[in-house]
Design a protein around this ligand. Structure first.
Ligand code: PRX
Length: 635
């Protein structure tokens, strides 16, 4: 049997698969997993305990290397098939095209360099690179030798990078002189140098030459990528890994505390990303698939690198931004590479929709067969624009709900196979036991219901732990509703069982598709010497989905609030990254609090959202007068 035999092509096949997966999950996933190449077969598909200390193991004892499955396996049958079409920032620069054979050789060469550096199985390697082919190469080279990659999005600041390097104790950093993003360049090496001042674990920094801008150089630490790989062999025996060995760590924001290093393992992650990629996007062997994400996020890991490569797909990777040099860039690329599946985020769709539709209609998009959305709820207006202008009302849209923690898509329609419904992610994928509960954990068993989303049974690509902090993993994901996985999202369900995600139920705000915990932003603001206390909340924004508003209390009043607000925004940019800068900063004399001293964020959210008539009863607050004051400030 091949993976292709598990492709679901009709609604009946979907239903049948879902029933089988629930009835006998072991058998269901074992059969799919057995279509991959294992060095030693696994004996039992699943072992888990979600009650005490949560643990989940898939295919444990089975031995494999994920890069053999993603590369060598395809090189054996179709070496000249394109794995990667890389579209550079500048539209007139030539795309880089890598066949499976070329990609394997590049991966092996770089893997040999890492080995020469003494990197071995289990070592952590931090990758802080722009969206260039070398990013994919570096990721896979780590996997080749069993090193654990930790990719940090190249928009993060030096201190955010340092925190991630320190948390996982990376010994190697892979970075570049700089990154091109539209008409800007980002000085990645400078940022990395800054970060490394506090990262003693790093003993080598491999630097890719991309922008050719002058950089500072430390002979002991730094080595150019091209020197690093010079003269190395392009073959490298893959490290044999247990299915449950760690493949990578990827950090995601929590509502409190430092970012959580989500740990994904080799076997289950491979099986689930491949299966879900093939079925959600209905990928056919000659298709060209393009996901516009950055590999620094989970979407890039699962649906730009591992999932597509595991099924032998051809993917477009794009270095730039949708607005450069003009707002037609996405559609120009779709036309140029005859893209069949296009996968992007609602925030990009909303930004594109603000510009004349001629940017879209001037391009031949007739190759498109599937449109995808990910990262946040897609509002009806954006969905309709996508459907009408890009899909010409002919192309199925998959709204894919999932998380860094889930590793793969859990709720989505299967393109053109199961029904789609605007603003609904629709149905759980086979093997995903989604449910709704009320805030006390009581199951909501009516067909139509609204509540908190939980997943009641393991799937192969669930993150196994938080790096170095299993207790936090248990607390965040398994303590709210014991025995169930709690993703932190609210949802409603229609009579047909379709799920619509209504948004976060914790203090994470999704801004332009990026998860941002409000507590770390508040901590950053509070570090400003003039600030006593702050509260950050999200409010609706017509392009970003949500924007942030910071309420800030000062020690002393200031005549120069403009300066202060600028400093606060810069401070956030430096400690977390530009993506976390609040749109609005309001200096206030107090924050609405309960009598026990808890900040009433619900009220602050309503105020920021201009829902002044929905504040509810404020008379029980410790300081109701402050609400009136803030209202006045905002009016
Ligand atoms: O709130 C949900 C939202 O994004 C969160 C996960 O963010 P992250 O780990 O960064 O992963 C994003 C890419 C998978 C979820 O808890 N989210 C993601 N996809 C959707 C979504 N909300 C609604 N609809 C979606 N399709």
């Amino acid at each position: 049997m091949t993976l292709e035999d598990f492709k679901l092509r009709t609604p009946e096949q979907y239903k049948e698969a879902q029933q089988q997966a629930i009835k006998n999950p072991d058998l269901f996933w074992a059969e799919i997993a057995n279509t991959f190449e294992w060095k030693t077969p696994f004996e039992k598909a699943l072992q888990y305990n979600w009650n005490d200390t949560p643990s989940t193991e898939w295919f444990a004892g089975g031995k494999l290397n994920i890069t053999e499955n993603c590369l060598d396996r395809h090189v054996a049958t179709q070496p000249d098939k394109l794995a990667l079409i890389w579209e550079p920032n500048e539209p007139h620069d030539t795309p880089v095209k890598l066949t499976y054979k070329e990609l394997l050789e590049a991966v092996c060469t770089f893997a040999n360099g890492l080995k020469n550096q003494g990197v071995s199985k289990g070592d952590r390697v931090c990758i802080y690179l722009p969206m260039v082919p070398e990013l994919t190469i570096a990721v896979l080279a780590c996997a080749r030798i069993g090193a654990i990659h930790s990719v940090v999005f190249a928009g993060f600041s030096a201190s955010a990078l340092a925190a991630r390097i320190q948390d996982s104790g990376c010994s190697i950093l892979i970075t570049a002189d700089g990154a091109f993003r539209g008409n800007k360049t980002v000085p990645l090496k400078d940022i990395a140098d800054d970060a490394l001042k506090t990262c003693e674990s790093v003993r080598k920094s491999i630097v890719l030459q991309r922008t050719f801008e002058p950089i500072s150089w430390n002979n002991k630490l730094d080595v150019w990528w091209h020197d690093f790989v010079d003269g190395l062999s392009s073959s490298c025996t893959p490290e044999i890994m247990d299915a449950e060995d760690v493949l990578f760590i990827l950090y995601t924001s929590g509502s409190t505390g430092k970012p959580k290093g989500m740990v994904h393992t080799c076997g289950g992650y491979m099986v689930y990303t491949a299966y879900s990629f093939m079925n959600v996007f209905q990928y056919e062997q000659d298709d060209v698939y393009w996901c516009t994400a950055d590999i620094g996020w989970i979407t890039g890991h699962s649906y730009m690198v591992y999932g597509p490569l595991a099924v032998g797909a051809t993917s477009v990777h794009f270095e730039g931004v949708p607005s450069y040099p003009k707002w037609n860039r996405f559609w120009e690329i779709c036309e140029k590479h005859k893209v069949n599946q296009f996968y992007t985020a609602p925030t990009a769709i909303r930004a594109l929709a603000k510009h004349p539709s001629s940017h879209v209609t001037n391009h031949d998009l007739s190759a498109l067969k599937v449109l995808g959305s990910v990262g946040e709820p897609i509002n009806e207006e954006a969905w309709n624009w996508y459907d009408t202008h890009v899909g010409k009302n002919q192309v199925p849209i998959v709204d894919t709900w999932w998380q860094t923690e889930t590793g793969g898509i859990l709720i989505s329609s299967l393109a053109g196979v199961t029904p789609q419904k605007p603003t609904y992610a629709t149905l759980p994928l086979p093997g995903i036991q989604a449910a709704l509960v009320d805030d006390k954990g009581n199951p909501l068993t009516d067909k139509e219901a609204e509540g908190i989303l939980t997943i009641n049974f393991p799937w192969p690509s669930i993150a196994r732990t938080i790096w170095g902090d299993h207790k936090r993993y248990q607390e965040v994901y398994f303590s709210a509703f014991p025995g169930r996985y709690f993703p932190g999202d609210g949802a409603l369900r229609d009579a047909d069982g379709n799920y619509r995600i209504t948004g976060r139920v914790d203090d994470v705000v999704i801004v332009s598709g990026h998860n941002l915990g409000t507590a770390p932003i508040e901590n950053s603001i509070n570090e400003h010497p003039e600030v006593v206390e702050s509260a950050v909340v999200g409010y609706p924004h017509d392009i970003k989905g949500n924007a942030l508003m910071a309420y800030v209390i000062l020690y002393n009043t200031t005549d120069d609030s403009e300066r202060l607000i600028k400093e606060i925004r810069e401070q956030i940019s430096n400690t977390i990254g530009p993506i976390a800068k609040p749109d609005r900063v309001l200096i206030v004399s107090g924050l609405p609090k309960t009598r026990s001293g808890k900040i009433m964020r619900r009220i602050l959210r309503k105020l920021a959202s201009n829902e002044m008539d929905q504040l509810g009863d404020i008379s029980t607050l410790l300081n109701p007068e402050i609400v009136e004051e803030i209202k006045k400030e905002l009016s």
